[in-house]
Design a binder for this molecule. Structure first.
Ligand SMILES: [Cu+2]
Length: 477
């Protein structure tokens, strides 16, 4: 009898671990705006452990829904073991990208034919906007589909924390009209598709890219991904005088929101919402149609590592001739915007600092440099990035000098402006990689590694002096 009880207890104890990858089934949550008779499958990735102030990058193999059909809505959030949602100001889901290789694993992303990227069919980030589709439409899914995910999470506190990425998929097993996803990233086909807005003192900086959509169809849903400082992202149609088809509007949290009270604040918070567009009629497009994506960012102050990605879902054409000409848009278009109060529709000014860990491992905000100091009078200086430290940690150079960072750790780092006269940021770099930046504007540049911002900082002072000749750096060549 005791053995039987022990065996049952063991099973009960083991069951939660085993069920971490199994489906929980629920009715659709309200965010999915789906037919309440449908089924939502709730899956988890993890558990993951994230360290003090860490930025965690992980690849994962999520499971698709256990039934064949079509995904009509999907979202994700971070939860603890008991399933409670972890607030963004504690541990933040910064990026999540899902790809689908299909049952044979060979389905590629049509926007990256040169690369081995699988079909990027869904992503979310700080704004946590769910994918939703008009009623009667869905993304075809098969239990044999080979999915992958890229996860990027930021921890804003000291100490380790365990979390799961919980993703919810509402599936319709009845026949629906299938949609094809297109992932239109202004910086295409990169694992870190970012650029930096320098903050040159003009109201707006725009950046765009034009894509060719291989098949005819109707755009029935479109969402956008933007970072802090964004004013809007637009999808336009060059063939029709570049008219705007979809404008996704970011909405920022009110000033008192906990997102802006994270201390130290090590990256500019993203919009809390980016509007989503959907229409059962859709915008008709031709085979080979060009679509342009334009992201607009505030350029009064720097915004580093920004992105501009349009997520477009295209259904088959109803009438092959509908895309001829430039008829007016669908009358049933819905724009799903911010659902929180006191949303700010223009990007707020955010001041970032550096951080330094105190004796107890708590990150403290600082604007001062510390550690090794070097002054260079010539027009070139080398910096080594080694053992999670910039050397020198404090550097003074004349205006117009070029600084080259030599990366020497096996782990990726970067050099990113937190605060200063002009924004710049390197890509993620590893041992043997180099990155150069020429400082044109005098002033104090607070720099950090965006992946290890609590541990790695550097202060570069740029003087008004002209560089002196013959102050040669041996590493210049
Ligand atoms: Cu992003």
């Amino acid at each position: 009898m005791f053995r039987l009880v022990a065996a049952i207890l063991t099973l009960l104890v083991l069951a939660p671990a085993a069920s971490a990858h199994a489906s929980t089934v629920t009715p659709p949550p309200p965010e999915h705006r789906a037919d309440p008779s449908l089924t939502t499958y709730v899956h988890r990735l993890g558990p993951y452990t994230i360290g003090s102030y860490e930025t965690l990058l992980k690849s994962a193999v999520p499971k698709p829904p256990p039934v064949a059909g079509a995904i009509v809505a999907m979202d994700a959030r971070l939860v603890d073991k008991a399933g409670h949602v972890i607030p963004q100001q504690v541990t933040m889901l910064h990026h999540l990208v899902f790809t689908n290789g299909g049952p044979d694993g060979k389905r590629g992303d049509p926007m990256c034919p040169q690369k081995s990227t699988r079909e990027r069919f869904w992503g979310t980030s700080e704004e946590l906007r769910p994918m939703t589709l008009p009623p009667g439409y869905g993304y075809p899914t098969d239990p044999a589909d080979q999915w992958h995910a890229f996860v990027m999470v930021m921890h804003h506190r000291a100490g380790d924390r365990q979390f799961y990425v919980e993703y919810r998929m509402t599936v319709d097993t009845r026949p629906v009209i299938p949609v094809k996803p297109y992932w239109l990233s202004i910086v295409p086909c990169s694992p870190d598709p970012q650029w930096t807005v320098p903050g040159s003192g003009t109201k707006t900086q725009t950046r765009d890219r034009t894509f060719t959509i291989p098949a005819a169809g109707r755009i029935v849903a479109a969402g956008g991904h933007l970072h802090g400082g964004a004013q809007a992202i637009e999808l336009s149609q060059p063939r029709c005088k570049d008219r705007t088809l979809v404008r996704n509007q970011p909405a920022y949290a009110p000033a008192g929101d906990p997102l802006y009270k994270v201390r130290p604040l090590l990256h500019e918070p993203d919009p809390k919402n980016i509007s989503w567009w959907q229409s059962a009629t859709g915008w008709p497009i031709k085979r080979g149609e060009q679509l342009k994506v334009t992201a607009a960012y505030d350029n009064m102050s720097p915004h580093t590592r920004v992105m501009g990605i349009e997520h477009v879902y295209v259904a088959p054409p109803l009438d092959p001739k509908a895309a001829n000409g430039c008829a007016s848009g669908p009358t049933d278009a819905q724009r799903l915007g911010a659902e929180f109060t006191a949303a700010r529709m223009t990007p707020p000014t955010v001041t970032l600092t550096l951080a330094r860990l105190d004796r107890n491992g708590i990150a403290r905000a600082t604007t001062k440099g510390t550690g090794t100091q070097r002054t260079v009078h010539g027009d070139f200086a080398s910096v080594f990035v080694r053992d999670f430290t910039y050397g020198p940690q404090q550097l003074t150079v004349p205006r117009g000098a070029t600084v080259r960072w030599h990366f020497a750790d096996a782990q990726s780092h970067d050099v990113t402006l937190a605060n200063g006269p002009e924004g710049f940021a390197s890509p993620w770099l590893k041992a043997g990689d180099k990155y150069s930046h020429t400082f044109e504007k005098p002033g104090t540049y607070l720099l950090q590694c965006s992946l290890h911002s609590a541990q790695m900082s550097q202060v570069v002072k740029v003087t008004r002096a002209r560089p002196r000749p013959r102050d040669e750096d041996p590493l210049r060549r």
